[in-house]
Design a protein around this ligand. Structure first.
Ligand SMILES: Nc1ncnc2c1ncn2[C@@H]1O[C@H](COP(=O)(O)OP(=O)(O)OP(=O)(O)O)[C@@H](O)[C@H]1O
Length: 295
């Protein structure tokens, strides 16, 4: 009896357990994996990959049943079609994968470590430009004129610029209001603002396929959100239907914001030096203040 108790204690108490040595790199590794896993799950949730995941689960259950009942032909086919399935998934999800990689590149890891931008102007756009965009957005909102203004940041939007009509014009509220005036040649699509200048109008932006976006929102808002998903740009949307001013940034849409909130958002991207600290800000979770997409 005594021996049995000793054996039991030896088997089920700490003396029998093996604790590997935990190094600091192990903790860092766990943190990195948690971060990556979380972002992959968010990405899956917000894209068509969610459907793919559901499909994979159904398929896995089917294969499991086949394995339990030893259905050799089904198992043989499954085994031999894994590579083909993976290739098909990559082809089907090419746009999503591309966007995910673009987002990764957008994180500005290098500039955070190397001050490449030393010789460039410290301010992205002037206060006049910022105030002109604010004045124009609310003036257009008042008379329910739809507008889509893309404010470029670190990522060059050349690809989207070329879908529109090239311009080279200083930003002013009068020009902005004039561009989006109904039934004028430049009113359709988006304008791109680089620094203090409008570089292109009537641009076509990529539409977001975020499933959680409110159904009451149309393509103008979807385009703003889509653009914010593939770049670091800040996009101002004025609704033609309600006159509400919204902002899309980093895949999030803040709807019906006030003039003060818009000023804060534009001010936060005005200083180029903030870019280098953005990575740190990301970790600090500053972005949690931004409203969720379908609020
Ligand atoms: N992919 C796109 N890129 C740029 N602009 C777009 C895009 N899709 C739609 N638009 C703009 O949005 C306009 C249509 O807006 P729609 O009414 O569908 O959107 P909405 O989000 O409901 O906005 P609103 O509240 O202003 O009606 C188009 O006339 C065009 O100017």
């Amino acid at each position: 009896m005594e021996q049995q108790i000793t054996r039991f204690v030896g088997k089920y108490t700490f003396s029998g357990w093996f604790f590997p040595e935990i190094r600091i790199t192990d903790i860092v590794e766990v943190l990195i994996l948690t971060f990556l896993l979380y972002h992959i799950m968010v990405w899956i949730r917000n894209t068509k990959a969610w459907m793919l995941l559901k499909g994979i689960v159904v398929l896995a259950v089917f294969i499991l049943v086949a394995a339990i009942f030893k259905m050799h032909t089904i198992l043989y086919i499954t085994k031999n079609s894994v590579t083909v399935m993976a290739t098909i998934a990559i082809v089907v999800f090419q746009p999503e994968l591309r966007r995910a990689l673009e987002k990764l590149g957008e994180k500005q890891f290098l500039p955070a470590m190397v001050p490449f931008e030393g010789g460039r102007e410290k301010v992205r756009f002037s206060e006049e430009t910022r105030e002109s965009m604010i004045d124009a957005a609310y003036a257009m909102g008042k008379v329910k004129t739809g507008a889509l203004i893309v404010v470029e940041q670190a990522i060059r939007l050349t690809e989207y610029e070329s879908t529109g009509i090239r311009m080279d014009c200083l930003v002013s509220s009068q020009v902005l209001i004039n561009i989006f005036e109904h039934n004028t040649p430049l009113h359709d699509g988006a304008i791109i603002v680089r620094g203090d200048r409008i570089v292109s109008a009537t641009c076509y932006l990529p539409l977001s396929d975020n499933m959680r976006i409110s159904k009451s929102l149309g393509t103008r808002h979807r385009a703003a959100l889509g653009m914010s998903e593939v770049s670091d740009a800040l996009i101002i949307v004025v609704s033609e239907e309600t006159g509400a001013v919204s902002v899309a940034q980093g895949g999030l849409l803040s709807r019906n914001i006030t003039e003060k909130e818009l000023r804060e958002k534009l001010s936060s991207i005005q200083d180029r030096r903030v870019e280098t600290g953005r990575l740190a800000a990301l970790w600090k979770g500053r972005r949690k203040n931004e409203k969720k997409t379908d609020s």
